[in-house]
Design a binder for this molecule. Sequence first.
Ligand code: ATP
Ligand code: MG
Length: 765
Amino acid sequence: MITDSAAAAATVTAEEPLAGLNPAQREAVLHYEGPMLILAGAGSGKTRVLTARIARLIEHHGVDPARILAVTFTNKAAGEMRERIGRLLGEEPKGMWCGTFHAIGARMLRGAARFVGRTASFTIYDEDDTLAVIRRLMEAEGISPKQWSPKVISGLISDAKNSLVAPAEYDTLSKDPLSKAAGAVYRRLEPAMRAANALSFDDLLVLPVEILRGNPSMLATYRERFQFILVDEYQDTNRAQFQFIKLLGGGHGNVVVVGDDDQSIYGWRGADIRNILDFEKEFASARLVRLEENYRSTPNILSVANAAISPNVGRRGKVLRPTRAAGECVTLVAALDERDEAEWVLAEINGRRSKENRGLADFAVLYRTNAQSRALEDALRKEAVPYRLVGAVRFYDRREIRDLMAYLKLIANPSDEEAFRRAVSVPKRGVGDTTVDALAALGREAGMTLFEVASRPELLESMRGAARKALADFTGLVSDLREKAKDTSVDVVIQDLISALRYVEYLQAEGPESARDRIENLSSLINGAAETVVDDGGEVGLTPLDHFLQRAMLVAGADALDPSADAVTLMTLHNAKGLEYPVIFLTGMEDGLFPLAQSFDDPPKLEEERRLFYVGITRAEEKLFLSFTETRRRNGETLPSIRSRFLADIAAEKIEEKKTLRVTSMGRRSYTRESGGYNSGAFPARRQHEVPSWRKTAAMEADISQDEPRYVKGERVKHKLFGEGAIAELAGVGREVKAVIDFDDVTVGRKTIKLAYTTLERGQD
Ligand code: ATP
Ligand code: MG
């Protein structure tokens, strides 16, 4: 009997963990101690079972939440799991560790930092920071970044770490010059990171394993603490993560893992499907549970998913029965280009919002590479539709965009102090914080803004000559552009600004890899500026620049979305794992983009791309759209597209084919014609066909995917037929990049190979 009113309230709101579960799900939730492996297809309730099981452990078995460790794949998934458990229990589970491997590793390291030579206040370096350290170490080792790309070296080190190969072992394994170079950097990396009291992302996985392995007392403490361990998306764990689980769960064996071999999509990052087999070995008594009902998607969507994955060989066969009514059929849409595709997505969302009374949160747009978000973001921004970009930095939050926006704001409004501070500090011109503080002090005395003081040489006599000169140049530039902005369109002002600052060179000096994406973003900013002006025809009383800034700020306001706000979700397929939405748009179904070109003649890679396709399809609950374009702009070039080969695999399914209005009304032929209505609209013809000259130098390298490092001259590679060799020459742009390779086998000799259509293995022993 319940006497306590709080408890009564709790029982009323709590859902029953076992309610509505099918027999197999129930069995998995009721399982108490000992290892268990749940292997089941998409949408079969694996995550739901995991969540219900945690609630059951706490509620029924009285397990203290602090004794539970739940590993999820994204922070978002961790948040959702907590919330759901909260609903099942009627209260937040206090003290439970629930997060990604990285988050859990970081938490553990905060308490055990001294074991790895850090203090609890260590810094976590992102990929750019880590790359900068690697670049510095390469320099110290006399390894030229021209010879070996720092990103390639960083990738090799990361692979080694994730496979738990320590520097000494790596050294003995490396025989070719590239791995030797990586080995030399790897050796120095840990001491350098220690000295900076810093950790890389990889360290968050590797160092906890090191601590648990090397300190029996720590191991005992953590084993005692985590009595129950649960892992979602187990198919995507790598060796380091497997070891972590094995070490922690090895004593009591209360380890439950759930996964789907058809959804393993992180092989390129070291995820190891062997972990499923090894689980059954390591935890020999493990119970195996299969879930065979799909609760998420309509049968129409499911049969497309099954057709998409079926060409993969070596799958563990699985049954997946739909439980929902047939629903709408899947729609395949042909668009003219990425802009047309984005506008079609937006129109479809708007149409369904009103017709079907849906919220924006019902829609998710998925794509293979991050670069594809720009066209979509532009379309959504133009109509001020709120969106959430998962796992990537939103356009206006990107550093290079913030830098240039600071200049534009200062040009429009000389008293903007924040803008002054940011602008004056990039690129570095010898005006540091002390100088700016001195300016501020002078300004207070004289009742002037920072910009006014900085523009008056006579007030700056107390300063160093170099700082005075730098300030004069800076204020001169801003004033000139202010003059110019009165009657010039904003895209031109931005282009002038970029060249006056030598901003592209500035980005390139930080390294060609990170510069490429950033430069591409500058180009988007210019395109966006050109569009704003044309679209709105200018607004009375506002200069084009004021108008542009006003619009951008409104968008930036929407950027600071509160997490519960209704918004469309944009994300890469990789980020979509485990999530579900009523309506899914899977865009960019084009060969070379999805699947990526590198996978064309590499069967394991192609299978991984296919699993990614399966993941994408199975995110949809009620309606799935697939789309491809006739041409797409990639790395500064407009290239004709070819339909994805994956579409052929699902051709026999019930799929409705459609064309966007532009494809129907104009067709491909008029696309390049100036007379076409398409180019006369808000989309200046110049942009479509020309690349601003300042971009030509930088961005036009052979980037087929952003997930894969590009090749460098001198790099060792292995070709399927011709064996190992070294790259002697690289030429061409985009899909046309060719490598001249000197193969070791003298009967093969020198060959020229088109990279877009070949996969080379790199870094051979
Ligand atoms: P994925 O492989 O994509 O991660 P999953 O196997 O983890 O999928 P869940 O996300 O747990 O699947 O479940 C898919 C959907 O089905 C969820 O909306 C969930 O609430 C619902 N669901 C799961 N089991 C049942 C059930 N027995 N009855 C009704 N709905 C269910
Ligand atoms: Mg799941």
